[in-house]
Design a protein around this ligand. Structure first.
Ligand SMILES: [Zn+2]
Ligand SMILES: [Zn+2]
Length: 495
């Protein structure tokens, strides 16, 4: 207790960074860990929410940065930093036994998260500290939330046994992430990372973790917050992506959301929340915001949406499953995107899941074609497919593909889908060419007066794709920026 007071009378967080190399080894030798272990194992770290609470959170944050040493967590293991990469922070001090240091620190995090979850009533939005916040030296609940959030963000540093093998700690960690994601502080832009962190924390051993993930969604998401509020929050995250989210995290957030939606508790609200259009929006946003990035991320997003649609068509009644997807989503263009990817994606080299996904739609198309020609769903499906089918066939024949056998297999499947709903290639081709010829006479920019009236001089094609035509440069520039041709052009070319 004496050491404790002495320690906190001169909190080390105020030490200059240059002094840290001197101060921390001394504190470490003097028993900093033993002291922290003593503080957090009491279970009352958050009790009074005093300055102490904040100091302890700050020190844990600092120590976790120290614990990386000259390494970084690459997602699976600790890897040495590139010595040439000056971006990495200068290392101030490396503990003598790094493994032991990480081990003990992970244990401290485990205890802290469990304590924080148990006493969340002391720092959630609207808690008693918010209501009776009178004294300046008492940190606000927002300060505490921000301290906890910073620790949650450091989870990559925690992939050590005492934390990962402690189910209570892992649970508390996930629940805290979810809590702070569901009620984000308005002055903080970064809460969505917490959602990505939670869903990806199940990826370590996909097979074993699937049941754990499904459990988490039902018990810790739906049962605590309700399916609709969760779904609305997901839509918000998809439609208003946080600025600072990198391409990898944006993809992780997306894939996590698609996985969460496979839980049937959400299905009654899919239509009213317009979550599928939000997923579409997020894929386009991704392409526009990170144009130079790996197509692997884009594929993961498309694939996870196709999987979600597959689970929905197989397990929901027709009207709220396949019928809903045809009526209210861009399922056909999603399948078209997916099939072009499947020519080259390593993940579908095992043809089973991919064949299953498209095969299911061939069955649906065959069943629909038996219905009356006036059936709305049949009409809608055929109409959407008419737009996408032939151009996609064309793309599948011209896109580079390393295995000819794969190309033929993919072409067969896509042909079968069109045939099943009653499309014929000859007719579809003639129709497509007629449309292209017709469109070629007009300016493609939707706000141009020559969009509907034929201009006096012939239109000129976009050099990028050679498909879209404009009356002149100004319209091309506007369509590129405002009309999103930048995106489509890339997709046409890539296909
Ligand atoms: Zn124009
Ligand atoms: Zn173009």
């Amino acid at each position: 207790m004496e050491a404790l007071s002495a320690f906190f009378n001169c909190p080390p967080i105020y030490v200059d960074e240059n002094d840290a190399a001197r101060v921390f080894p001394e504190l470490f030798d003097a028993g900093l860990f033993e002291l922290l272990e003593c503080i957090v194992s009491d279970g009352d770290l958050f009790e009074d929410c005093t300055e102490w609470t904040e100091y302890v959170l700050d020190i844990l944050e600092y120590l976790s940065i120290v614990s990386s040493g000259t390494q970084h967590w690459n997602g699976t293991e600790w890897a040495d930093n590139d010595p040439d990469d000056s971006e990495d922070d200068e290392v101030m001090w490396i503990p003598p036994d790094l493994n032991d240091f990480r081990h003990r620190l992970a244990n401290l995090f485990a205890l802290t998260f469990q304590d924080a979850w148990a006493r969340r009533d002391l720092f959630v939005v609207g808690c008693r500290n918010d209501l009776y916040h009178v004294e300046d030296w008492v940190p606000s609940s927002g300060d505490i939330r921000s301290g906890i959030r910073r620790l949650l963000f450091l989870s990559p540093y925690l992939r050590t046994p005492p934390f990962m093998q402690n189910p209570n700690a892992t649970q508390a960690f996930r629940k805290l992430c979810l809590l702070l994601w569901m009620s984000p502080d308005s002055d903080f832009d970064g809460a969505d990372t917490l959602f990505a962190v939670v869903t990806s924390s199940f990826d370590v051993e996909p097979e074993k973790q699937q049941a754990a993930f499904a459990n988490f969604v039902v018990e810790d998401m739906v049962a605590v917050y309700g399916a609709l509020p969760i779904l609305e929050r997901i839509c918000q995250a998809l439609k208003r992506p946080e600025e600072g989210l990198g391409s990898g995290l944006h993809c992780t957030l997306f894939v996590g959301a698609a996985q969460v939606l496979t839980c049937n508790d959400f299905w009654p609200y899919l239509s009213q929340t317009k979550v599928f259009p939000a997923l579409d929006y997020a894929i386009d946003y991704h392409l526009q915001k990170y144009p130079q990035k790996d197509t692997k991320l884009e594929f993961n997003m498309v694939f996870s949406t196709v999987k979600l649609a597959h689970i929905l068509t197989r397990n929901a009644p027709f009207q709220s499953g396949a019928g809903f997807l045809i009526r209210e989503t861009n399922i056909v263009s999603l399948l078209a995107r997916f099939i072009v990817f499947s020519l080259n994606e390593a993940k579908v080299s095992e043809p089973k899941p991919f064949m299953d996904a498209i095969g299911e739609w061939i069955k649906i198309a065959s069943a629909l074609s038996l219905r009356s020609g006036k059936n709305e769903i049949r009409k809608k499906f055929k109409q959407s497919l008419r737009h996408e089918w032939y151009p996609t066939l064309k793309r599948l024949r011209t896109t580079a593909c390393s295995e000819q056998a794969r190309r033929e297999q993919v072409l067969d499947v896509w042909t079968a889908l069109g045939t099943a709903i009653g499309l014929e290639e000859g007719k579809a081709k003639a129709e497509y060419e007629r449309e292209m010829k017709h469109a070629a006479q007009f300016c493609a920019w939707k706000d141009c007066r020559f969009h509907t009236v034929k201009p006096d001089t012939p239109t000129r094609a976009c050099a990028g794709c050679d498909e879209v035509r404009y009356c002149g440069k100004p319209c091309q520039q506007r369509d590129w920026k405002e009309g999103g041709h930048k995106l489509r052009c890339r997709r046409i070319k890539a296909g």
